[in-house]
Design a protein. Structure first.
Length: 184
């Protein structure tokens, strides 16, 4: 079992996040000893969705993106949800925040539409990834090799397709963060 005690993990998200793609990684991080931190361009709360059409719960934002420092975190989770991912991928502050994790070699995990931002920052280039099928062309055009698997780990990045893959997604990310803690 992967233990990430003492690790602080950012979950970058905004309105329109697919609720289980936020709540299940958040719970897995807590369960394994880590500290999840919801980071968002929004302040106060964000509106989660069930699918793209049905409003779900509201969630508190822990840290505003404008004041979030990537150096404060040991890893990053990018939940999906079409509205969430489309909003974040064109947000320059979100792009800088995500890119900083790749530049520092920190573990990143993106599920469903979450990998969309990778196309904007050049992080898909040369990696093997998966995602919600509608992103296949964008990720391929950005230089990634797209595969249809539940969870793919490629050079510090974990990607998954849908909420159905959350168990594999969470385990792969926890393993990556845990392995990082044991590196010499």
């Amino acid at each position: 079992m992967s233990h990430i005690t003492g690790k602080k993990i950012a979950l970058l998200t905004t309105n329109g996040v697919e609720q289980p793609e936020l709540t299940e990684p958040l719970a897995a991080i807590k369960e394994h000893g880590g500290t999840p931190v919801v980071v968002s361009p929004e302040e106060g709360q964000i509106q989660a969705m069930k699918g793209d059409w049905e409003h779900a719960d509201h969630f508190d934002v822990d840290v505003a993106l404008s004041s979030a420092n990537p150096d404060d975190y040991d890893g990053l989770v990018l939940p999906g949800g079409t509205l969430n991912a489309d909003t974040l991928r064109i947000n320059e502050d979100a792009q800088k925040f995500v890119k900083a994790f790749f530049d520092a070699g920190k573990p990143v995990a993106a599920i469903c539409h979450g990998p969309w931002i990778l196309t904007e920052i050049g992080a898909a280039q040369g990696r093997t990834v998966t995602s919600y099928p509608s992103l296949k062309t964008d990720l391929t055009n950005a230089g990634a090799e797209w595969v249809d698997e539940s969870a793919v780990v490629s050079d510090g990045l974990v990607t998954s397709r849908t909420p159905d893959d959350l168990e594999d997604f969470n385990q792969a990310f926890l393993d990556l963060v845990s392995d990082d803690s044991e590196a010499p």
